[in-house]
Write a protein that binds this ligand. Structure first.
Ligand SMILES: *Cc1c(COP(=O)(O)O)cnc(C)c1O
Length: 385
């Protein structure tokens, strides 16, 4: 029988070092590997191509996502770059309209020039997704669920069925959920993309990315591109992600507990207009999230009373929730998407995707829930004083 998620998060792809018995995978700080005779080696030639610490991380991630192979990269956007480079000119991506801002920038300001067109659609609306797929040949469907920053939920199985019927592979950026909460390959997706910078690293101390796939030919192409174009992760970063993965299941449970406490507080607060979180029964994607996620995640967005100025004041008034971009670390963060993470998305498109300039986004950490709620309470008092 297959071991459970927590056991695999700690052990998959890792065994004690054969030469010393070291229980932890060593950080192989080396650029090259000595060969016994020309082209006679132990499977490692040069460190851009492969590294044992990286290999352990890739094996662990492939296992946790239910894939056959993983290619780790120097950042989440490096992973995205490999996928788009593989597509090449004359292709069209149908992508969610509420994507991570940097992914959107990569589509619009880099790959459009190289002939990769992107059409955006609210993928939580399956009729709209079907229409977008039928509007032209589709080379790839690019989904995020829950989305950023509106926490909209796409039905992965239904979306993958629509794409497969039209011969289009599906990529899911699973950064917000992590494989502990959601495994897109099990719903029919072909590619999972991660920013390891977020929950998988989990401690806000590195930047990294990964692609996990099932198909061997696709894996070969991505591994080739990683080596040929060079955005590979260093061994110390790989070690740090391996260390983070060992507590992923424990951290995610606490992240979700705390997010639920924060959501309950915000929902009851008189200065709150609207809370965005998939746990809320009045959120359109709630039923789908309940089906396809183990829990609802720890990203929460909120609209508070007043103007953009009130939102900015609030974001500067929290003490435990640090004002910073990024997410998924053990510490709580707050940010203002319109001027921070999503500033590169044109205002008109932000509005079309459905978010107001006053929106705030929280990454709820694993501190004590009472302290987090008290911090938010204090920020309301400071904002409306
Ligand atoms: C951060 C993030 C990325 C980009 O990852 P980097 O590691 O910062 O390059 C992509 N997608 C999502 C959902 C993210 O949150």
């Amino acid at each position: 029988m297959r071991n459970g998620f927590g056991t695999r998060a700690i052990h998959a792809g890792q065994s004690p070092d054969p030469s010393t018995g070291a229980i932890m995978t060593p950080v192989y700080l080396t650029s090259t590997y000595v060969q016994e005779a020309p082209a006679k080696h132990k499977g490692y030639v040069y460190a851009r191509g492969d590294n044992p610490t990286r290999r352990a991380l890739e094996a662990c991630l492939a296992d946790l996502e239910g894939g056959t192979r993983c290619v780790a990269t120097s950042s989440g956007l490096a992973a995205a770059t490999i996928v788009l480079t593989d597509l090449g000119a004359g292709t069209r991506v149908v992508a969610g309209d509420d994507l991570y801002g940097g992914t959107r920038r990569l589509f619009e300001r880099v790959f459009r020039r190289w002939g990769v067109a992107a059409d955006y659609v609210d993928s939580s609306d399956l009729d709209a997704l079907r229409a977008a797929l039928d509007a032209g040949p589709t080379s790839l469907v690019w989904l995020e669920t829950p989305t950023n920053p509106l926490l909209k939920v796409t039905d992965l199985r239904a979306a993958c069925d629509l794409a497969r019927a039209r011969g289009a592979p599906v990529l899911v950026d699973n950064t917000f959920a992590s494989p502990y909460l959601q495994r897109p390959l099990e719903s029919g997706a072909d590619i999972v993309l991660h920013s390891l910078t977020k929950y998988l690293g989990g401690h806000s101390d590195l930047v990294g990315g990964a692609l996990v796939v099932r198909d061997a030919a696709r894996a070969e192409r991505y591994a080739f591109l990683a080596n040929a174009t060079g955005p590979v992760p260093g061994p110390l970063d790989c070690f740090l992600v391996l260390r983070g993965l060992k507590t992923l299941h424990v951290r995610m449970e606490r992240h979700c507990d705390n997010a639920e406490a924060v959501v309950a507080f915000l929902r009851g607060h008189p200065k709150v207009r609207r809370v965005f979180h998939p746990s809320l029964p009045d959120q359109p994607g709630h039923a789908v999230a309940r089906r396809q996620m183990a829990r609802f995640g720890a990203m929460v967005s909120v609209e508070i009373d007043g103007s953009v100025e009130h939102a900015k004041r609030f974001a500067s008034a929290t003490k435990l929730f640090a004002l910073a971009e990024s997410l998924g670390g053990v510490e709580s963060l707050i940010e203002h998407p319109a001027t921070m993470t999503h500033a590169s998305v044109p205002a008109e498109e932000r509005r079309r995707a459905g978010f107001l300039d006053g929106l705030l986004r929280l990454s709820v950490g694993i501190e004590d829930a009472d302290d987090l709620v008290a911090d938010l309470d204090g920020a309301f008092q400071a904002t409306y004083r």
